[in-house]
Design a protein around this ligand. Sequence first.
Ligand code: KG4
Ligand code: ZN
Length: 388
Amino acid sequence: MIILAIETSCDETAAAIIDISGRKEKTRLKILANIVASQVNLHRQYGGIVPEVAARAHLEQIMPILNEAFHQARLTKDKIDLIGVTNGPGLITSLLVGAETAKTLSYILNKPLLGINHLAGHFYAAFANLFLAKETLKNKEIFPAVGLIVSGGHTELVLMKNWYQFQKLGQTLDDAAGECFDKIAKFLNLGYPGGPAIAAMANQHKFTTNFTNKNNSREFANKFVNISDIQLPRPMLTTRDFNFSFSGLKTAVLYFLKDKKNSQLTQNDVFISNFCGEVQRAAIDVLISKTLKAARRFDAKSIILGGGVAANQELRKQFKLKIENCLSAEDLAQAGKLKINFLVPPKNLCTDNALMIAVATYFRWQKMVKKQKLPNWQQIKVDPNQSI
Ligand code: KG4
Ligand code: ZN
């Protein structure tokens, strides 16, 4: 089956075409085209996404991106069997561009159209990676799965009982983790998007011992505060639920930097690097701890990671380590359980893309065919607050 998918929920205009067949873990996937036009340079000057600017850029980009996708796939439009489009959650004006384009294509080409939840899409990015791998996992090695979707707009823990079914376990009560990184990077003048900027800064002085500029040395920074002692809060780390909160972390950073005696430190690269390391660690500690708690509670066979923040190298590394350590082979053998698999897409599929929407479209289509609820383009409505 040939599927065309369109994604415009935020600031990426994306189209993908896939050739997909088979069922469940036996799904066979061939990527014919996967095109993403990022608007990040456009929004950088504002230090964040401006919805009106994003929608206009989607309008300019959508037709060229679609043409490029068909060109790359070497297909004519009539070869498509099914169309999928992200219809929420996201920015309403951005979502509308993708949805109206998809509806028009569906009408003209007389092909079925499905609306896809963006957050569900992030899960299928990890599955896409699995289907492309030489060896895939068995169903019982994947489900039940606990998934963490962590992006600029969302931080959600979700239980997936099978390939089609999602149950939300918890979410952020205020800022998303990516949003928190973006705001903190703004306080520190590190630019936009903040997540990658903080990660790069955190890595910068990790291994540096020789400093040529005195005012930029660890000794100089330590005159103000012992930088190894800086400890930022880990909000809601020990609460019993599966919710998150990141606004407290952001505020703690703001107050630390507002303090006059610390203000000179923002010019000191060694301090900024260490501070960014601590910001990252604080967010990562909470994200991993809650996810592992959910995995234990629901006896998960796999942990799935998705969303833009999942591109973070330290988060990926720590997740892998903690899954291996907390759930060591002996623990699992004693409990008579399977080992926990960690499913995380490559970095380019963590951030928004249409390939994940195309794979999600296939699974949703299978579910709807089973229920004999075949779609009609007129029923597709966008919902900026759509829940998973
Ligand atoms: O999923 P995504 O592309 O768009 C949304 O749906 O929000 O995620 C964007 C978010 C931004 O907040 C960005 O700062 C963050 O993902 N991000 C990262 C990294 N790459 C992107 N955060 C931490 N480390 C990264 N390497
Ligand atoms: Zn996203």
